[in-house]
Design a protein around this ligand. Structure first.
Ligand SMILES: [Zn+2]
Length: 273
């Protein structure tokens, strides 16, 4: 009898899994077990924790510059993924890192601004990070993890009041590994998807998509010490550049149209960076 019940439970669970499979913007099928409301709340928990732990950049010019680039990209997102508000924080940390979280939160580490040498290169990073969120990669990753003990613990902790350990795990699963010492990078296919979508996003805003290639070349040169989001043994900078080049004709068309419509972001990079 018990065995039979287990069988029924497994069958029902598999139905849930099938029902929860959604198609990503580029047509990949991915598991989405959580509501966007739940994801937004987890994003908010992680973001708050981040702001508590990492000092914020005080320089007004640096903040204005980053907000200008992020604002231009977010204002030009396609209607299906547009949201009214994105909160941007520049962290005063010499780390080549950036992230975007469900709920509309973006973090840029000051160290990234040394590798992303121009506003267009910074826009390439911003587009890529936002694309992870619009393509619901955090939900997919969390859903995959949910089937493991770690995922169950995380969700339990989240539902049970977001205790310290739980929110650390949530952060790790959302892609904020550097804060917790657990590396859970996005998968290769998620990275490729974020590269392609991100390229479109920056181009729509009037940033030159060709700068994304320069960005990854700089990233390759900057070598070691790369934190989770960019600690990409997969894909290598080389294969990223190939993916970007494959999408470049479409992106250049979006870029051309944006400029025709006078979308020409004027974000001046502070001299001291
Ligand atoms: Zn990524």
């Amino acid at each position: 009898m018990k065995k039979r019940l287990l069988g029924v439970a497994a069958f029902l669970f598999s139905l849930v899994l099938v029902a929860a499979c959604a198609t990503s913007p580029t047509g990949r099928s991915q598991l989405q077990l959580f509501s966007s409301q739940q994801l937004n709340e987890m994003g908010q928990v992680s973001y708050r924790k981040m702001v508590q732990e990492v000092p914020e950049e005080k320089d007004r010019d640096v903040n204005r510059y980053v907000s200008c680039v992020v604002g231009a990209v977010t204002a030009s997102l396609p209607g299906s993924v547009a949201r009214t508000e994105w909160k941007v924080t520049v962290f005063d940390k010499d780390e080549v890192n950036a992230f975007a979280l469900p709920g509309g939160y973006i973090g840029i580490y000051k160290g990234l601004l040394k590798v992303a040498e121009t506003k267009d290169q910074l826009a390439a990073v911003v587009g890529h990070e936002i694309a992870h969120v619009t393509a619901e990669h955090p939900n997919a990753r969390l859903s995959t993890q949910y089937t493991t003990q770690a995922g169950l613990r995380v969700v339990g902790a989240f539902l049970g009041g977001q205790g310290g350990g739980g929110s650390r795990e949530i952060m790790a699963l959302l892609g904020l590994g550097s804060q917790v010492g657990i590396l859970l990078p996005f998968s290769r296919s998620q990275e490729a998807e974020a590269d392609v979508l991100g390229l479109d996003y920056m181009a729509r805003a009037g940033f030159d998509p060709r700068a994304s290639i320069d960005l990854w070349q700089n990233m390759a040169r900057s070598g070691g010490g790369k934190p989770p989001e960019f600690l990409s043994t997969h894909p290598s900078e080389h294969s990223r550049i190939q993916t970007l080049q494959g999408r470049m004709p479409e992106a250049m068309e979006l870029y051309r149209r944006a400029r025709q419509q006078n979308r020409i972001p004027q974000c001046s990079r502070p001299a001291g960076l």
